[in-house]
Design a protein around this ligand. Structure first.
Ligand code: ATP
Ligand code: MG
Length: 571
């Protein structure tokens, strides 16, 4: 492909709106162009890479026994009402009406459509398991579309769905998909980790995320380097080390004028932060019911865990006004010295608070705290659970070693849905005994466009993108250093043709520009290799430059194809 005939529009300046490196480089390298917030065109170069990621996904899904189909983006409201998600999905779902005023949505995901298909086609356990997938544009009106392809409102996803007759069948398909996903991300040349993920209100143990490791990642991940534990912080757990037992003292109310923050309380009362309990007030957004969450002073509340525990769509902290209305004093709230039941407050205690002898807590009167409060003797909670946020250095619950925090970009998510959709949508088959059973479903997503930008986030330098050959738009860029030198130009053309004939996707930069200018573009776009026809062209010798390592190898023209083929295995 000749550069001049292709559509490559690189930019010198970085567009202001780009915050992270992948977004900047996708724009500067002319891979994508913004149409609206979270909505992008894939320009020809970017589209090649997108298709390559897509094909790796397709090949591995097919190898794993999944079958491809293609479902509509435009979906009638009825199936969403049937599954119960019409009212739950909220503003993220793009809704529209047709000319007859019937409600439709632009599919954010396809559980409803696939369940509707399978329930009308499959009646016997003999046809199971099946695993169907598609590669399709998804629409989500994200609250904060950002970072270019990372969080778009229109994006490309591979979504797959498995149907099994029982839990065992589902477990098997889930493991099968985990293996397929590992192959996909390995083939894309990415450093990734699999972590336990939050499975929301659905519960169950079966949800894993595939994260491409990068400091700019939106997700905080918790790892143990000693054992194999890895979890999204939303889900991660740790072991609480209990303080030694001691004689219980009587509670004492002490003045703490204007001292509300835990750090200040600790200083003023000269107590250890590990011997304090914070009380944080939340409400369930569905029914406005108030909750008091108790947690050790030095630990943060994990709101996702609280939300799942009380099985609701979302929780929010109470406002100052709402706190006042309940007769509480912000900054001085505690579990002791108050009739919580009569106020209709449900108390949730994190496991960290139940074994702190003689702890400090809010006094429930303005400007006061209690010393020597004890769980069990002075108060109890309605629910004791793990609602804490794990942090660096906390203790691994599997092997007891310290945990580590790293950041990642969620590029894949596999999920045991169980009967969440098949029950309300009545997707059933007859089992071996002729008995009707509800199918067990799994769902498996990969963000194709997000994976493309995650690859850049992980593989770049000050000059631009560094593609692995598996997903690079072109493998080789052929450059003649002097376009007026006939020997150079004819060798460049010859090598370009030869590489293409050998199935190696090659760009020949035939522009009448200086070599340095072309090198800059080549590095920005991130072609894995440059073949440079310079002064030794008349002797049939060229330079082969490796983008990832900056190495230059001098070779004879007859060796170019085989050398590139060999290097493609490595990079
Ligand atoms: P996130 O927590 O990042 O919003 P999600 O949990 O909503 O992701 P899923 O519903 O599991 O995502 O979708 C499957 C995959 O689709 C994700 O793992 C991710 O790679 C991709 N994806 C989800 N939302 C977006 C988006 N707005 N833009 C690009 N890719 C996305
Ligand atoms: Mg999302």
């Amino acid at each position: 492909m000749r550069f001049s005939k292709y559509y490559i529009k690189t930019l010198k300046e970085t567009p202001k709106e780009a915050e992270i490196v992948s977004h900047k480089l996708l724009l500067r390298a002319g891979m994508i162009k913004k149409l609206a917030s979270g909505v992008y065109t894939y320009l020809p170069m970017g589209y090649r890479t997108l298709r390559k990621v897509e094909n790796i996904v397709r090949e591995e899904m097919n190898k794993a026994g999944a079958v491809e189909l293609f479902m509509p983006v435009l979906q009638p409201a009825e199936i969403w009402q049937e599954s119960g998600r019409w009212d739950v999905m909220g503003a993220e779902m793009i809704r529209l009406k047709d000319r007859h005023e019937r409600d439709f949505v632009l599919g954010p995901t396809h559980e409803e459509v696939i369940t509707d298909i399978v329930r009308s086609d499959i009646f016997s356990y003999k046809a199971l398991p099946i695993n169907l997938y598609q590669i399709q544009t998804k629409f989500r009106d994200e609250r904060r579309p950002r970072f270019g392809l990372m969080r778009g409102r229109e994006f490309l996803m591979k979504d797959g769905y498995s149907f099994s007759v029982d839990r065992e069948g589902l477990d098997k398909e889930f493991d099968n998909m985990q293996q397929a996903y590992s192959k996909i991300f390995s083939r894309c040349g990415l450093d990734f980790r699999i972590v336990d993920a939050d499975s929301g209100a659905i519960g169950g143990s079966g949800s894993k995320e595939f994260h491409v490791m990068a400091n700019s990642g939106e997700d905080e991940l918790i790892f143990c380097d000693s054992c194999h534990y890895g979890a999204n912080v939303e889900k991660a757990t740790n072991v609480i080390t209990n303080l030694p037992k001691e004689e219980l003292k009587e509670p004492v109310l002490v003045p703490t004028p204007n001292i509300a923050k835990i750090e200040d309380v600790v200083k003023s009362l000269e107590v250890e932060i590990e011997r304090t309990v914070k009380a944080i007030m939340y409400k369930d957004v569905v029914n406005d019911k108030p909750y008091m969450v108790l947690i050790r002073g030095d630990i943060e509340v994990n709101e996702v865990k609280v939300k799942n525990l009380i099985d609701t769509i979302d929780i929010v902290m109470l406002t100052d006004e709402e706190i006042q209305k309940l007769g509480l004093f912000k900054g001085f709230i505690g579990p002791y010295g108050l009739d919580l039941k009569s106020k209709g407050i449900t108390v949730i205690a994190d496991e960290s608070v139940i074994n702190i002898p003689n702890h400090t807590a809010g006094g429930n009167q303005k400007d006061t705290h209690y010393l020597n409060v004890n769980y069990g003797r002075d108060y109890t909670a309605d629910i004791v659970a793990d609602v804490r946020k794990v942090k660096e250095g906390d203790i691994c619950s599997i092997c007891g070693k310290p945990l580590r925090v790293a950041r990642g970009i969620e590029c894949g998510h596999i999920f045991k849905l169980g009967k969440k959709y098949s029950t309300p949508m009545h997707a059933v088959v007859l089992d071996e005994n002729g008995k009707e059973v509800v199918m067990e479903m799994g769902c498996y997503g990969i963000g194709i466009s997000r994976t493309m930008s995650a690859a850049i986030e992980q593989n770049n330098d000050e000059n631009g993108i560094i593609w692995s050959t598996a997903i690079a738009p072109f493998i080789v860029d052929v450059i003649a250093t002097n376009m007026k030198d006939e020997a150079q130009v004819s060798l460049a053309e010859e090598l370009h043709n030869l590489l293409e004939e050998n199935g190696i996707e090659t760009i020949y930069d035939d522009r009448n520009e200086r070599a340095g200018f072309k090198f800059k573009d080549a590095d920005l776009i991130g072609f894995p290799f440059k073949v440079v026809c310079g002064k030794k062209s008349s002797e049939g010798i060229v330079e082969l430059k490796i983008r990832r390592t900056n190495e230059t190898i001098e070779i004879e023209k007859s060796k170019v194809v085989e050398t590139v083929k060999e290097l493609m295995k490595k990079y």
